[in-house]
Design a binder for this molecule. Structure first.
Ligand SMILES: O=C(O)CCC(=O)C(=O)O
Ligand SMILES: [Fe+2]
Length: 270
């Protein structure tokens, strides 16, 4: 199966390439093998899940690669279904999202409630500044640390922070933005793990927006369906040139959790 990543496919640049390992020579187009199934009767526990996460890098990861003008995306199915189900349920049971001032953002000079829930975890003292707020990191839980270490290993990047967004249904969303904050290491990818309701994720080049519409014919938008258990790497310099959004979708009725692992470079506040 090709995971239905692309809405359009007209030029070679627009075609997803598949490689066995990130950085390997990509091969074009052959269908992905399905991920091997474990013994379905084995019960997944928090401890077995953290152990499984420790072995994730050893799995045969098949990347689908999308390259366009200053855009580089790597996509793979990271977790088997029952693992993704377990992580989703565990996060649903344990995560307390921020409220009050930490659940607002500054839009055009006005404070607005965010149309989703959010929280952050990470190394001690880290905060992430965006849209007028500073989101402090709560201390890692064993599961989130296990996921962070696994994704760090797979992406060859030592992530130290995760921003978690929860979308209760298709009316929750993220407006167009770039993840180009000063806190972020510009040389590091952002690693996005999705759980729950599959949702469209849309990239638009900065020269194809608003009064720059002239660039539209040069830079077609790129839409991916982010599946339950998937990992998307937004590689540099994507976030310097391309905006991304999670638009509302009436037909999406189930909740979704997204974890974006990030490498923050600003000094922890004491
Ligand atoms: O929910 C997502 O897939 C992405 C969220 C996002 O873009 C962000 O947190 O910066
Ligand atoms: Fe983002």
């Amino acid at each position: 199966m090709f995971y239905g990543l692309m809405k359009r496919s007209s030029s070679t640049l627009d075609r997803w390439l598949i490689s066995k390992k990130k950085g390997d020579q990509a091969t074009d187009g052959s269908p992905l093998e399905s991920v091997p199934k474990g013994n379905e009767s084995d019960e997944v526990t928090e401890q077995s899940m953290v152990e499984a996460l420790g072995r994730l890098d050893g799995r045969d990861i098949r990347w689908q690669q999308k390259e366009a003008s200053n855009l580089s995306l790597s996509y793979t199915m990271l977790l088997r279904k029952r693992e993704a189900d377990f992580v989703f349920a565990s996060l649903e049971n344990s995560i307390q999202y921020y409220s009050g001032e930490l659940a607002q953002i500054m839009v055009h000079g006005k404070w607005c409630p965010i149309p989703r829930k959010q929280v952050a975890y990470g190394d001690p003292g880290l905060s992430y500044h965006f849209s007028g707020i500073a989101i402090p990191a709560k201390p890692w839980t064993p599961l989130l640390k296990g996921l962070c270490d696994a994704v760090s290993c797979i992406a060859s990047t030592k992530f130290n922070f995760v921003l978690i967004n929860r979308y209760k249904d298709g009316s929750d969303r993220v407006g167009e933005h770039k993840d180009d904050e000063i806190d972020l290491d510009p040389a590091a990818p952002i690693a996005s793990v999705s759980l729950g309701q599959p949702r469209d994720f849309v990239f638009r080049h900065q020269d194809a927006r608003g009064r720059h519409k002239a660039g539209s014919s040069l830079h077609e938008p790129v839409t991916l369906m982010l599946e339950h258990g998937s990992l998307l790497l937004m590689n540099p310099p994507t976030n310097l040139f391309w905006y991304h959004s999670l638009p509302p979708r009436k037909r999406a009725v189930q909740p979704r959790i997204n974890l974006t692992f990030r490498k923050l470079v600003t000094k922890p506040s004491q």
